[in-house]
Structures are given as C-alpha cells and as structure tokens.
Design a protein around this ligand. Structure first.
Ligand SMILES: Cc1ncc(COP(=O)(O)OP(=O)(O)O)c(N)n1
Ligand SMILES: Cc1nc(C(=O)O)sc1CCOP(=O)(O)O
Ligand SMILES: [Mg+2]
Length: 555
C-alpha cells in the first residue's frame, strides 16, 4: 500500500481556550472532589457562556479514532451515535482503514504530526465537552493526544481501548499498551475494554466469569481511570449481556439482553460514543453508561434482520429512532412520569365488598381523573385475571391511560399491558425488563435509598414508595413516613409515586415534601373502598392539583 499524505500548511497557533485545570489528575474541569458527581449541570455553563444572547452551545463530543470505510464502526459509528442522541460530534482521524463486513483489508495510519494538527484545529476553535477515543494506532498518537488534552482541557475523557477489530485484525501496535497504561488512563474518566482488551491490558489474564471481570475492573482502575466498564459480551455461557461497572468502590453488574444478530460490528465504538454523548448532555457517569447500553440494545434489536454486506459481521442502524418515530417500532415511547399523578390501584376484595366488576371500577376511576391504573388482583385465578386484564386494557387504551399489572409478568404479556409493578420479593426488575423488553413500563416498590439505586440499575421506569402512612390494605407493611419518602426521592433520579394510607385528607402533606421527582400518589382504599369511586377520585385529584399549583407558585 502506498501512503499518500496531504501535508497542509500549519494552522495559526490559537491560544488555548480559558478552561480550568483541576481534578484528580490535574487535567480536567468541573470536579469539586475526586468522588463528587463528575459532570456539572450544563445549564449554568451554557447560561454563562451565551451571555444572555439567546444562543446556546450544543453538547459536543470529539472523537479521536480511525475511519471505517464500511461505516459500521470507527469515526463513522461515533458520529452517527452522537447524532442519534442529539449531540454534535467532531472528528480527528488517526488512521484510515479499508474494511467491510468480511474484515480489515488495510490500515493507513495518519502521521502523528497530522493527528496533532487536527486536534489543534478542533480544540482551539470549538467548545468540546467530551473527548472519546477509539483506534489509536501508535504510542506516538497516544502521546500527541495526551499533550493536546493538557493544552486544551475538556470536561471528560472516554477511552475505548480499541486493539483488535471484531474480525480479529490488529488495530494498534502491541507497544501501545504501555501508552495506554502509562499516560492515557491516568487522564481518563472512563475506560471501556471488552474481555479481550481487559485481558491484554492486564498481561493476558483469563477472564471467564463475572467475578473475573470485577477483579479486572479493579486492576484497570488502579491504572488511573476514574471509572471502568468491562464489557462482558463475549462471556462464555451467558444468556445476558453482562457488563461490570466499577466506580472505584463498588462493582455494579449491569444486565442487558443479548440480541441474536450478525449485525454487531461497531457496538463497542457506539457504546463509548453514547457514553460520551450522554456525559456531554450533563448526565452522571452511571446514568450515561445505562443510557448507552439501552441505546445499543435497542439499535441492535431494531437492526437484527437488516442485510448490509456479505461478510459474517454486519453493521447496525444507529438512526433507527428517526424511522421508529414513523414506524412506531424501536425504542419504547418515552414513559411520561406525569402519568403517576393520580395512580389508582384496584383491589378485588373491595370490588366484591361493593359488588362491582373490575371493569366498572377501572372506568369509574378514569372518569374521576385517574392518570394510570394498576390491577392488583392478589387472589384471582389466572384465567379470570387475564380475561379481566384484557377487558381493562381496552378501556384504558380507549382513554389513553396506561394500565400496569401488579406482580404478574405473565398476565401483562398475555394482555399486552403497558407494564408491570413489582416489589422487593417479586421477580427482580432486571428480569422483568428482559422479559418485557425496552418498551414497557416497569415500577418497583422501594422503601430505602439502596433499593431505589438498585431499581434504577435494573432499568425501572419509576419507584412506588411507601408505606407513607399506615395502611390496612397491605398486611404487615412497614410505614416509612414522610421522611422515608423524602429520603428515597432525594436518593434517586427516577420519578416516584407515594403509596400507603393516602387519600384526599393527607395527599397535600405528601406532595408538600417538595421533591421534584415526586410525581403523584397511589391509592387503593381511598378510591375503591368507597361508595362512589368517581367522586373520591375527583376529590383526590383536586387536592393534588391544588398542591401542584401551590408548588409552582412558591418556586
Ligand atoms: C405504585 C405501587 N407501589 C408499591 C406497590 C407495592 O408492591 P409490592 O411491594 O410488590 O406489594 P404488592 O402490591 O405486590 O402487595 C404497588 N403495588 N404499587
Ligand atoms: C399496595 C401497597 N404497597 C404499599 C407499599 O408500601 O409499598 S402500601 C400498599 C397499600 C396501599 O393501599 P391504601 O391506599 O389503601 O393504603
Ligand atoms: Mg408485589
């Protein structure tokens, strides 16, 4: 292969943008302490930077990576992934590869000086939030990048330590391991090796179990990065896609579904770019990783049957969301947390007592203003439950009110309900997510901040938190009070609905705790153990409306 490089005249040297040098390793910005949440809210920075001119900076990721002519991986994947998540992506190309779905036919590294030139062009002019690295073909390029980042600091550095392509071709010099270990990792906020890369970084250790992955993550963390994500896609004997996220203190197991498809080329690049994109938008790290995983899973799912190229490993469609908006397929419609406002939970005992059918109870609660319904039928025969759930689904669909099923994933699947609510002794939310897929709503009962954290890791959409007050509806239920509710709300980003002994007489005191993610109240007896469900729901709704308008006025 003949190398033909264009040598452009040197750009004028711009002064570095005025950004603060601080942080764990003295390079990056916006860290009050080594363990503080990493990313500062974007809004303040934007307000300050746009000087009230009504302009706004777009979140910006710079990818420093190789070009993939087949466009499944590399810079092309990075740009598409960031674009799909609404983030601008500039690119510094470190190598040009000739590759397709069969493999890599050629690699043409860009000279180090020209990588430096590209870095200077972008970083001296544009407000780059996050740098994401992919193929860094030589120690020289690693050095150039580290020097550039010292001169032009950014908010965070995401390092995908690409070494070998998915087809098995080498994409970086073996000596590059030293470059990663000695300099780049110390500057990285997160490093995202797959099993082979993690093993190579640690001198060839065997990684066969989740426990191995966890100890590898800890060893890589010792090399300097703030967070480590070891991707377990190649873990033997695993039906899940399990990744290990190590935050310096704890290993979190992150579960996803393994999608059966040949179209997996570029998943590593895409995952790292999505993490970078979410960080650029202001997410904290674990949230960015979770969102990135969900994006990749949805993209693979959407693209599992597309055919591009004749080789064994095809690309997938990063822009599936554009199509899914039209097709109504792909990602689930965004769960609307405001639906938790007046959450009606049915009870068959109460319906029997008042001699009502479940469908009449559901209709009446919707008429009174319920915004979401949960069928909580503890004693129903499965066949009766499915039949009733199907009838309730029709009513709810026709009113645009989501219907969830308590405990029973099988019933939810059978009636195509909008989701499921599970508690701490029911099926784990991550398993429910696996069974229901990304488009259904999953709620989890939580009484403590630790349970709330786990619910979020497991992919829940909301938290049901109680018992706020004593209840006779659920036996032996622990009352956590308003303080317990507040603690759970503060500990989580998930929307929360309060439950337990709540009715028109005390709903105001619940909403008054003032947590922004407390979205409403759930009620059983104050709606269904009453002569007129419609008027009780209306009463509760007007208390909630009053509480929310007072909250708005006091802001
Ligand atoms: C909205 C909401 N929050 C909490 C619960 C309780 O669920 P769980 O702890 O599983 O108890 P049971 O309802 O199954 O008895 C809920 N159902 N809904
Ligand atoms: C189903 C349920 N879950 C609770 C929890 O604390 O998680 S309390 C509860 C019962 C709520 O019924 P009522 O509105 O009649 O008090
Ligand atoms: Mg339950």
């Amino acid at each position: 292969m003949a190398a033909v490089f264009l040598t452009l005249p040197s750009s004028p040297i711009f002064p570095p943008t005025a950004r603060v040098h601080a942080g764990r390793r003295g390079v990056f910005v916006a860290r009050a302490s080594a363990r503080a949440p990493m990313i500062a809210p974007m809004s303040e920075a934007m307000d300050a930077e746009n000087g009230g001119r009504g302009q706004r900076n777009m979140p910006h990721v710079l990818t420093v990576a190789g070009s993939d002519s087949g466009a499944g991986a590399g810079v092309q994947a990075d740009i598409k992934a960031c674009g799909a998540l609404g983030v601008y992506c500039s690119s510094v190309i470190t190598a040009v590869t000739a590759q397709n779905t069969v493999g890599v036919q050629g690699v043409h590294p860009v000279p180090e000086e020209f990588v430096a030139e590209q870095l200077r062009s972008v970083l001296s002019d544009m407000e780059v939030d996050i740098v994401k690295t992919g193929m860094l073909p030589s120690v020289g390029v690693v050095k150039v990048l580290c020097d550039s980042l010292k001169e032009f600091p950014v908010r965070a550095l995401v390092v995908d330590p690409v070494m070998v392509s998915t087809s098995g071709d080498m994409l970086s010099e073996p000596s590059n391991l030293a470059g990663y270990r000695n300099e780049l990792f110390a500057m990285a906020d997160i490093v995202t090796p797959n099993l082979k890369e993690a093993s190579a970084l640690l001198g060839g250790v065997s990684l066969r179990t989740v426990a191995d992955m966890c100890s590898a993550a800890k060893s890589i963390h010792n090399l300097g990065p703030r967070y480590v994500l070891v991707k377990g896609g190649d873990l033997p004997d695993s039906s899940d896609a399990i990744d290990i996220f190590f935050d310096g203190e704890e290993c979190h197991e992150l579960y996803g579904s393994r999608i059966k498809t040949r179209n997996t080329h570029g998943t590593g690049c895409t995952l790292a770019s999505c993490i970078a994109a979410e960080l650029a938008k202001g997410s904290p790290m674990l949230h960015a990783v979770q969102t990135a995983k969900a994006f990749v899973e949805s993209a693979l799912n959407y693209s599992k049957d597309i055919v591009i190229g004749n080789g064994p490993q095809g690309p997938f469609d990063h822009l599936f969301r554009l199509k899914s908006q039209n097709d109504n397929v792909g990602l689930k419609p965004q769960f609307d947390a405001n639906d938790l406002f007046l959450y009606a939970v049915t009870d068959s005992g109460m319906n029997n007592k008042w001699d009502r059918s479940i469908t009449d109870a559901v209709k009446a609660s919707i008429e009174g203003g319920a915004t979401i319904i949960q069928l909580r039928e503890k004693d129903a025969e499965t066949r009766n439950f499915v039949e009733a759930a199907m009838a309730c689904m029709e009513i709810c669909r026709s009113h645009g009110v989501p219907l969830l099923i308590n405990d029973r994933v099988d019933v939810a699947l059978a009636c195509d309900a909008d989701g499921v609510h599970v508690g701490q002794s029911d099926m784990p939310a991550r398993v429910v997510r696996k069974l229901l897929g990304p488009r259904k709503i999953i709620g989890v009962s939580c009484k403590t901040p630790a349970q709330a954290e786990q619910a979020w890791i497991d992919g829940a959409d909301y938290i049901g938190c109680g018992g706020v007050f004593p209840t006779t509806t659920k036996e032996n239920n622990l009352t956590i009070g308003l303080d317990g509710l507040k603690a759970v709300c503060l500990a989580s980003k998930l929307p929360v609905v309060a439950i337990g002994g709540i009715g028109p007489g005390n709903a105001h005191s619940v909403m008054k705790i003032g947590a922004p993610n407390l979205k409403g109240v759930a009620a059983v007896s104050s709606l269904f153990d009453r002569a007129c469900i419609v008027s009780e729901a209306q009463r509760l709704r007007s208390v909630l409306m009053d509480a929310s308008s007072r909250a708005r006025l006091s802001v």
